[in-house]
Design a protein around this ligand. Structure first.
Ligand SMILES: [Zn+2]
Length: 196
């Protein structure tokens, strides 16, 4: 996988370079943000956050989920420690924004986030992390410290022999009364690794 374009992206969190990679939807490329510190490194023990698009959380600051806060905190960590943010265009665990908003209506009737997706005829979680692995290979990254609470993201690297996870960095931010049930469902249904 080769980038379509690469440019400089200064942010309030620090300096990055932004690379766009082809996705299934061309106007919505997958993105990799490389911190200035990462570019000086050697591709070993790199802090990596693989973040799936959540427009409501990332852009509008929704408190239905913890995505926006996770994105902001991971960008500031990556800028400080050196690392890579991979931003995958799989909104709403792969069901798209319209279906995700329909799922919100069901969640307001008492279904959890996974039950709502299934009720709409979708898988509980339709995400794939294959593109992230391809992007890490393009960047010649051979060992990573993965910033995640999600054991499925760790499992996505099972059988990937050329990229080793040397550490998991927890990311427990964005707790809000509005998303307590959502976070509890992530813990109970998918075994997310919250300690709080
Ligand atoms: Zn979200």
């Amino acid at each position: 996988m080769k980038p379509l374009v690469e440019s400089r992206l200064p942010t309030k969190f620090g300096g990055f370079r932004i690379l766009a990679f082809e996705s299934d939807v061309n106007e919505m490329p997958h993105l990799a943000l490389l911190s200035d510190n990462f570019i000086k490194g050697n591709g070993i023990n790199v802090s990596v956050r693989v973040h799936s698009e959540c427009m409501t959380g990332d852009v509008f600051g929704s408190s239905r989920c913890d995505c926006g806060e996770q994105l902001a905190v991971s960008m500031s960590q990556l800028s400080r420690d050196g690392g890579v943010l991979i931003y995958l265009r799989q909104e709403g665990r792969g069901i798209g924004l319209v279906e995700k908003l329909k799922a919100y209506i069901l969640q307001d009737t008492g279904l959890n986030t996974y039950e709502a997706n299934v009720n709409l005829g979708h898988p509980e979680d339709g995400r794939s992390f294959d593109a992230a692995i391809e992007i890490l290979r393009y960047l010649k990254i051979s060992s990573i410290k993965l910033i995640t609470n999600n054991p499925e993201k760790l499992r996505a690297f099972d059988g990937v022999e050329d990229i080793e996870i040397v550490e998991r960095i927890p990311l427990e931010v964005g707790l809000d009364p509005e998303n307590a049930g959502y976070l509890e469902a992530k813990r109970l249904v998918k075994g997310h690794l919250f300690t709080k």
